[in-house]
Design a protein around this ligand. Structure first.
Ligand SMILES: CC(C)(COP(=O)(O)OP(=O)(O)OC[C@H]1O[C@@H](n2cnc3c(N)ncnc32)[C@H](O)[C@@H]1OP(=O)(O)O)[C@@H](O)C(=O)NCCC(=O)NCCS
Length: 146
């Protein structure tokens, strides 16, 4: 599958916002992309990627907040295209591509988010035994130095 990444831009906002109107699961799991959110992801230390397919359709949004070498990842897959392996394809492509800008990628996942837990396991993340202070599962992906 042809998956590309480009910076998420202001023109992506209206379309991305419609995903939240159509899907309660997304609102439960991911920050709504209001103007404050957009200001946050545009800060120099942070990043947000739009993942598009070969027809240039937005298929996923990957927000990565950087703290030193660690990128803290939130991923949202286009609602109607979930559950068919696309999330796995996008995250794998991210780890093989733009993810290399970090030493470690970390996700914080609610213990009841079965899809996200299965996704990170499938993509080679390690799930730490102890949750963070908010009860989220810490999923870590470390790039090999070789
Ligand atoms: C999490 C998310 C990105 C996964 O994308 P996806 O395209 O649905 O995932 P895939 O189809 O590639 O499936 C990945 C794994 O999850 C499993 N899975 C998918 N949907 C599932 C569901 N509803 N319940 C349980 N497992 C599920 C798949 O079986 C697969 O596991 P396997 O590889 O062991 O078979 C997507 O569901 C999403 O955007 N969810 C809402 C936002 C969110 O929760 N983001 C993560 C916040 S940390």
């Amino acid at each position: 599958m042809d998956i590309r990444f480009r910076p998420f831009g202001e023109t992506d906002l209206p379309g991305y916002r419609t995903w939240f109107a159509a899907d309660e699961e997304l609102s439960r799991r991911i920050s709504y992309p209001d103007d404050i959110w957009f200001g946050h992801v545009r800060r120099p230390e942070n990043a947000c990627w739009a993942s598009v397919d070969r027809t240039n359709t937005l298929i996923a949004v990957l927000q990565v907040d950087r703290e030193e070498g660690t990128g803290y990842l939130d991923i949202a897959l286009r609602p109607k295209r979930r559950g068919r392996g696309l999330g796995t394809a996008v995250l794998s492509a991210f780890l093989a591509g733009p993810g290399h800008g970090y030493e470690v990628i970390e996700g914080r996942i609610s213990p009841d988010n079965a899809a996200a837990l299965a996704l990170v396991r499938r993509c080679g993340f390690t799930l730490l035994p102890d949750p963070d202070d908010d009860g989220f599962v810490r999923a870590i992906y470390t790039f090999s130095k070789t």
